[in-house]
Design a protein around this ligand. Structure first.
Ligand code: NAD
Length: 487
């Protein structure tokens, strides 16, 4: 597969020949060397996107949609290859990349392919004699910066609406996991996206990412990543007052009330935190249990968590793979120490597995920690297979704990009381709430956060609005306008 920068529909070396070593998180062996973009390469890509923009933005919406639909088909045709590549690069278990990452990527490109010619303007009923219509126009050249946790899916979340709306894209995948995005670049060239419309450049954040974020030729940055980097993106955007869309971290509260259907809540809560090794912004990383059922719930939850099959992500039987990098594994293990230093109790895991076959990899066992809501492990994003459990007595207390962090991305609750379900959902400070389920996403449903989790929404019509500007056009149809300066 291609390992060079994708600029203007060609795969090219970095201007200075720099390379990034891409490692397999299962054993830290090298998978590939990939070209590393720096400022000069970003400049070149932005230039190509600027040149392509007039033509692409005037291409009929139906044609833009057709190319996205072709891309979705191409992804499905290469589903197994893409699933294996994503598993190899990220450590996601193959059963997940097959069942979730690849189908969701195709579905999202398809959704926005279908959306391209459905986004309509409006006519505003203004005063007599005038016609006022509102167009939706693409923003221009969009820089897209994404993290390493779902690199394949983020191609579609970010590029699907941007391209459907007529923007040109310069995308910087995370330095750790560039492979599936480069494969998508190849497929995009194959299905016929015109040169310059899409440019994909792996590179480091402090060099390529920072340059893209500050670039005067870029009209918008769509960013997914940590809250700290999100703040830097805002600062960098000030130079040319770019639009900024931020999908940042989370510390999802998953509340289990005493009337919940416990087997469903146990299974759903395990998925909420352990899917993708907990490396999900919407992970249910805080488990809030109502006191009366806490013991019974934990008994079942610990049994299930302890039985999760941890192993080589390419083994179809594996249910949890390694974390995506050594550095991140060390970070998650540090939080296990922090939990203990703060008086928390590790109920399960808290260490790498003993299995010698996994010794070279970035593995951490499913980890369950009992902690207090104010503890660091209940406030800071660990981003691993690490769930902090605390208890509550009343509904009011549960809501206060759930809302008691700087974040506000996703949260969930388990109850059989219909009124309580809607009452609590309405009071949770978050962009998404799941009732008797967790981490549901769909290309049609708005995705994003509030407070420290950022602003702007991916998916649905909301995403198309994020990638367009309105233009209000006034027409004098038959108005007799009295002179403003009568003479
Ligand atoms: P990160 O912020 O370190 O990096 C994200 C991306 O930003 C990478 O491509 C990186 O190279 C780039 N980057 C880093 N510094 C930069 C800079 N100064 N200027 C421009 N770009 C820069 O985040 P991460 O550790 O790679 O990813 C994990 C984070 O992403 C977590 O906080 C997680 O919650 C968040 N995330 C959020 C969502 C969401 O939709 N809200 C989804 C997935 C992950």
């Amino acid at each position: 597969m291609q390992t060079r920068l994708f600029i203007n529909s060609e795969f090219v070396d970095a201007a200075d020949g720099a390379m990034i070593e891409v490692l397999n998180p299962h054993d830290n062996g090298k998978i590939a060397d990939v070209a590393e973009a720096k400022a000069a390469d970003i400049d070149r890509a932005v230039g190509a996107a600027q040149k392509a923009f007039p033509g692409w933005s005037r291409t009929s919406a139906a044609e833009r949609g057709r190319l996205l639909l072709k891309l979705a088909d191409a992804i499905e045709a290469k589903a197994e290859e893409l699933a294996r590549l994503e598993s190899l690069d990220t450590g996601h278990p193959l059963r997940d990349t097959r069942a979730l990452d690849v189908p969701r990527t195709a579905a999202t490109f398809r959704y926005f392919g279908g959306m391209a010619d459905k986004l309509e303007g409006t006519i505003v009923p203004v005063e007599k004699g005038f016609l006022n219509y509102v167009l939706r126009e693409p923003v221009g050249v969009v820089g897209e910066i994404v993290p390493w946790n779902f690199p394949l899916m983020f191609c579609s979340w970010k590029m699907g609406p941007a391209l459907a709306a007529g923007n040109c894209v310069v995308m910087k995948p995370a330095e750790l996991t560039p492979l599936s995005s480069l494969r998508i670049a190849e497929l995009m060239a194959e299905v016929g996206f015109p040169p310059g419309v899409v440019n994909i450049l792996p590179g480091y954040g402090h060099t390529a990412g920072a340059h893209l974020a500050a670039h005067p030729g870029v009209q918008k940055i769509a960013f997914t990543g940590s809250t700290a980097t999100g703040s830097k993106i805002i600062e960098a955007s000030a130079g040319n007052l770019k639009r900024v869309q931020l999908e940042l971290g989370g510390k999802g509260a998953n509340i289990v009330f005493e009337d919940a259907h416990l087997p469903a809540a146990i299974g759903g809560s395990a998925f909420a935190i352990f899917h993708n090794q907990g490396q999900a912004c919407i992970a249910g990383s805080r488990l809030l249990l109502q006191e009366r059922i806490a013991g019974q719930f934990l008994e079942g939850f610990l049994k299930l968590a302890g039985s999760i099959r941890v192993g080589n992500p390419l083994d179809p039987a594996t249910e949890m793979g390694p974390l995506t990098s050594r550095q991140h594994q060390e970070r998650v293990l540090r939080y296990c120490q922090i939990a203990q230093q703060e008086g928390g109790e590790i109920l399960l895991g808290g260490k790498p597995p003993n299995d010698p076959a996994l010794a070279k990899g970035c593995y951490v066992l499913p980890t369950v920690v009992k902690a207090q809501p104010a503890d660091r492990v209940c406030q800071e994003e660990v981003f691993g297979p690490f769930v902090a459990v605390s208890t509550f007595k009343t509904e009011e207390e549960a809501i206060a704990i759930a809302n008691g962090t700087a974040y506000g991305l996703g949260g969930g609750l388990w109850t059989r009381d219909l009124q309580r379900a809607h009452r609590v959902a309405g009071q949770m400070h978050s962009g998404m709430v799941w009732i008797n389920c967790y981490k549901r996403v769909n290309p049609g449903s708005p995705f994003g956060g509030v407070r420290g989790s950022g602003y702007g929404r991916e998916m649905g019509f909301e995403a198309m609005h994020e990638y367009t500007e309105t233009k209000s056009v006034w027409v004098n149809v038959d108005a007799q306008i009295p002179p403003f300066y009568p003479r």
